[in-house]
Design a protein around this ligand. Structure first.
Ligand SMILES: Cc1cc2nc3c(=O)[nH]c(=O)nc-3n(C[C@H](O)[C@H](O)[C@H](O)COP(=O)(O)OP(=O)(O)OC[C@H]3O[C@@H](n4cnc5c(N)ncnc54)[C@H](O)[C@@H]3O)c2cc1C
Length: 466
């Protein structure tokens, strides 16, 4: 339970309750002694539930990673940190209003959309952004509730971990995924999945693939999936050999791909083939629907880059998933770099268009440095940002808020916003666990609740000290 911020406390709003926002809140509260004042945080989140992409990005069959949520409970249990969910900054509350209520504002709004892929056919029916599919299967209330899974052959563009997540979820059976936290509507939809062949395409070679070894190896754990790599897709030039020898992780990725390329095929109903040196150039369509993917064979040019060979292949697939990266969205009232899709910053201070720090505004996590890296990386990132904030506070460079400590609650109440809270999260969590148990499926820890209103019904607690 939070307690009211004393008048002398530094008040900070952290926007986004993903890992970056939670780690930043933790570090600020822990290091309050360095400025000789208590620090109180309002952790403001758009969705009714916290945890960002840990809850709504990490694949459901990765329970160990999802388990990071348990360790973050320790942070959100702190009395100086108050979660205020179901509030979209830039829409429900403006940044200007935040500045009136807090000494400092830290943006940790992450990324939830797909980056564009500019090839013909990308808008056809059956061409999907990976982020949309992830939002669907992870039960994000902002994403569709059903999905067309009638395609028997599917292409996934992109050789990173998100591509592997999407390919794995498409290649596994609904029953294999039913032991996870997937919501009921997702299970029912996955039961209609017709895919027997999933093809993952990357334009470069094994030494340039962005997978992490553990994810790549784990693909093979499903008894229903035969992972295939063609021996001719294993190739290295001098720069690739160098890249491989200077990174243990990349070397492991190469070894695992080589292992897939030389082994006997596994007897399994579904095939997941990773194609390297195939650059997607066009999504083929008929009457507005995907009927194939055209790729151009590439070859290494000696520097670790590839060039086209002019040899094209048409792969008959009925759906294409583009896993070419995530993209952050701008927030009204905050500077935004529309090329890099990040908040411009100098390692933490938000910069205006002239490159000057905007007093009292900070950024951390994916919105600060782009959608690259694991949950653990957001911790070091938060350290860099919060160190700057603490130094500014210690040097008296922050402007004190003009509003009283809890005036924000009155503002939210006056706008009719049904705020969800940390106490509310415990209720939602308990209900999801109850539903998981009730389903009687062994090993299932929870069944996620998807509908926004249902989430709010459990997690809304009237604004007060919560
Ligand atoms: C599909 C996928 C799978 C992944 N799998 C793994 C994995 O297995 N292991 C791993 O270590 N990492 C994984 N990652 C990476 C990991 O999720 C990120 O490193 C991490 O979540 C980034 O943290 P963040 O807090 O910056 O952003 P996010 O996690 O995106 O959190 C941002 C939060 O801000 C909120 N928000 C956005 N806009 C507003 C607004 N205007 N007002 C209020 N709130 C707002 C969002 O709702 C969200 O809750 C995966 C990523 C993806 C996309």
């Amino acid at each position: 339970m939070s307690h009211p911020a004393p008048a002398t406390a530094l008040r900070v709003a952290v926007i986004g309750a993903g890992p970056a926002g939670i780690y930043a809140s933790d570090l600020l509260v822990k290091n309050a002694a360095s400025i000789g004042r208590e620090i109180h945080i309002d952790l403001i989140e758009k969705l009714p539930a916290p945890f960002g992409l840990i809850r709504y990005g990490v694949a459901p069959d990765h329970p160990r990673i999802k388990g990071i949520i348990t360790s973050l409970h320790r942070v959100l249990d702190r009395p100086e940190i108050r979660l205020l969910g179901n509030i979209e900054i830039g829409k429900d509350v403006t940044v200007e209003e935040l500045q009136e209520h807090y000494d400092a504002v830290v943006f940790a709004t992450g990324a939830v959309q797909d980056r564009d892929l500019d090839i013909p056919g990308v808008d056809a029916e059956g061409s999907h952004g990976a982020a949309d599919f992830v939002g669907f299967y992870d039960g994000n209330p902002d994403f569709p509730r059903t999905w067309d899974l009638s395609a028997q052959s599917v292409a996934v563009i992109g050789v990173g971990n998100v591509g592997l997540d999407v390919a794995r979820v498409l290649a596994k059976t609904a029953e294999e995924l039913n032991v996870t936290e997937i919501p009921e509507n997702v299970y029912e939809t996955l039961r209609t999945n017709q895919a027997t062949e999933v093809h993952v395409f990357g334009r470069r070679g094994p030494a340039q693939a962005k997978f992490t070894p553990q994810e790549l190896k784990e693909l093979d754990h499903s008894p229903t999936v035969n992972v295939v790599v063609a021996p001719e897709d294993i190739d290295y030039d001098e720069a690739s050999i160098e890249a491989r020898s200077s990174s243990k992780s990349q070397d492991l990725v190469c070894q695992i791909l080589e292992g897939y390329a030389i082994r006997e095929p596994k007897d399994a109903p579904h095939t997941l083939q990773i194609h390297l040196f195939e650059s997607p150039v066009e999504i083929l369509t008929h009457e507005g629907r995907v009927v194939g993917l055209r790729t151009e064979r590439t070859e290494l040019d000696g520097s670790g880059h590839v060039r086209g060979t002019g040899a094209f292949t048409d792969w008959p697939v009925q759906a294409v998933y583009r896993a070419v990266g995530y993209r952050s969205e701008p927030i009204a009232g905050v500077p935004f770099n529309h090329v890099e899709h990040v908040i411009p910053n100098d390692g933490g201070h938000v910069l205006d268009h002239a490159g000057t720090p905007v007093p009292g505004l900070y950024a951390t996590g994916w919105i600060k440095r782009g959608p690259i890296g694991l949950i653990g990386n957001t911790k070091s990132d938060a350290k860099e940002t919060t160190d700057l904030l603490l130094a500014d506070a210690a040097a008296g460079r922050l402007t004190a808020p003009t509003r009283e400590a809890d005036a924000i609650l009155e503002l939210l109440d006056a706008r009719g916003i049904r705020v969800t809270t940390w106490e509310g999260w415990y209720r939602l969590d308990a209900e999801e666990r109850r539903l998981g148990e009730e389903s009687g499926v062994e090993g299932r820890e929870r069944r996620k609740i998807v509908e926004w209103e249902d989430m709010v019904a459990h997690a809304h607690v009237a604004p007060a000290y919560v």
